[in-house]
Design a protein around this ligand. Structure first.
Ligand code: ACO
Length: 431
């Protein structure tokens, strides 16, 4: 069998080094032995935006971007979206195995009993401006939860970790719904323990105080549950990397989750679902599509909801979303934006610019169209993404804390500033 090593020759010194390969990678610390002299710091890796650097080992999510494969703990996303509930998948992602019936029952009960928030959280949320963006409200309220649960800082205690995970899973939809109600000037609705995770979320969003009962439509509740499953984890994406990076300083999980929410908010990440709707509104009519595509190709903007760092083939989640959209439209009526989206997709997939760059629709391209049909306004779309991804962040955080190789995340840099220079007294500096 050939040796699992790389041989590197330093042409500056003509010295040769043998570096072990570990699971197809080199450990860049092994490069530090490559020096021109004893004072030399040694060779480092330079990889802005982590284009080719693995930051951890993980057993949670597998993606083959070229083949369009996504699996959680080995199970294909298509099967999980077809056969499981979000909390079943959440249990799988957190614990590594699908739950038995009794394990699921206990888990659902535990999460359900952590959906309420302290009354002061409501008062805190009342302080937001009437048009505050729901992602800003979600992020800051999540960070504020750290002050309600100071024991969350005991990140080395497995029982405390588990409790915070249950709290975060239970309370995120409540806070998300309160952010939504706040922006509409509606009173907050308390959680209802007789409903499922997603139905309860819908009730907290849409139950009117004057109506004694709110009955979520089962097709729409299932569609939202499937959307949460599709968003549940996606290995080392930008927000998960933020969660791990902040978590690596041993910050509590509420602070780390707030950081992950901040990363998700950006338009190149989860914020893209909101931007897709903004884009479709801007295009407005079918006849404007060719001019819009021409502008994108001329570098005047991006086709939002297209392209992915890892997927260089159709995003498998986008395929499932397209199917789910049809089920939702049977109940809500067809969202007219779907026609524009499908035409955009058709043109883009046959255009040399997009083909050459392997740009395909990602999860955000169609999700916003469903969210809008369900009755959500675009500013809440990324909040819905955050609810689904919450469990992925938590599982990755848990994995990080159990990984003996991990330390505080602290990248190196290549310094490009001045060499040492002396301070000139203020009165002698030029204008
Ligand atoms: N529209 C037009 N051109 C694009 C798009 C797009 N959506 N995405 C990438 N390109 C082009 C780039 O301009 C670049 O072209 P060039 O080689 O001529 O310079 C080439 O394709 C490669 O793109 P990069 O930006 O280098 O790819 P990267 O992996 O860094 O970025 C990203 C991936 C951020 C997702 C990018 O495709 C993008 O901005 N897409 C639009 C925003 C979006 O939908 N984000 C959601 C991603 S999924 C998620 O986070 C849930």
């Amino acid at each position: 069998m050939p040796e699992e090593t790389l041989t590197i020759t330093d042409n500056r010194t003509s010295k040769t080094y043998t570096v072990p390969l570990f699971k197809g990678c080199i450990r860049t610390m092994d490069l530090r032995q490559i020096k021109v002299n004893d004072d030399d710091f040694g060779v480092m890796g330079y990889d802005p935006a982590f284009m080719n650097t693995a930051s951890c080992q993980s057993a949670i999510t597998f993606i083959d971007g070229d083949k369009g494969i996504l699996r959680y703990r080995g199970y294909p996303i298509e099967q999980l979206a077809e056969q499981c509930t979000y909390l079943e998948v959440a249990y799988l992602i957190l614990n590594g195995e699908l739950p038995t019936e009794s394990q699921l029952k206990d888990f659902v009960k535990e999460v359900t009993y952590h959906t309420m928030v302290h009354e002061n959280v409501k008062k805190f949320m009342d302080g937001f401006h009437y048009d505050a963006h729901p992602m800003g409200m979600l992020m800051s309220t999540m960070a504020a939860l750290a002050t309600f649960y100071p024991e969350a800082r005991k990140i080395g205690d497995p029982a405390s970790r588990r409790l915070q995970i249950l709290r975060l899973l239970g309370k995120m939809p409540t806070i998300a719904a309160y952010a939504y109600r706040h922006s509409l000037g509606l009173p907050y609705v308390d959680p209802n323990n007789s409903l499922s995770y997603t139905e309860n979320f819908m009730s907290m969003l849409w139950k009117m105080p004057a109506e004694p009962v709110y009955k979520p439509n089962p097709v729409l509740a299932r569609a939202l549950d499937v959307l949460f499953i599709l968003h549940a984890d996606h290995e080392q994406n930008c927000s998960t990397n933020a969660m791990r990076s902040v978590g690596s300083s041993q910050a509590d999980p509420f602070a780390s989750t707030a950081a992950a929410i901040g990363a998700l908010w950006g338009p190149l990440h989860g914020g893209a679902n909101e931007q897709v709707l903004v884009m479709l509104d801007e295009i407005g009519k079918m006849e404007n599509i060719p001019a819009f595509i021409a502008d994108v190709k001329a570098g005047k903007g991006k086709l939002m909801g297209f392209g992915h760092r890892v997927y260089k083939n159709y995003d498998p989640r986008a395929k499932i979303i397209k199917r789910t959209a049809e089920e939702v439209f049977q109940v809500t009526g067809r969202n007219p934006k779907l026609d524009i989206a499908m035409e955009l997709e058709k043109i883009a997939l046959s255009d040399e610019y997009f083909i050459k760059r392997k740009l395909y629709p990602n999860v955000d391209f169609y999700s916003g169209i469903i969210y809008q049909a369900l009755g959500f306004t675009p500013d809440i779309f990324t909040v819905l993404f955050a609810i689904g991804r919450n469990v992925g962040w938590l599982a990755q955080w848990q994995e990080l804390l159990g990984d003996k190789e991990q330390k505080i995340a602290r990248p190196r840099q290549i310094y490009t500033g001045y060499d040492q220079r002396d301070v000139v007294p203020l009165n002698k500096r030029g204008k």
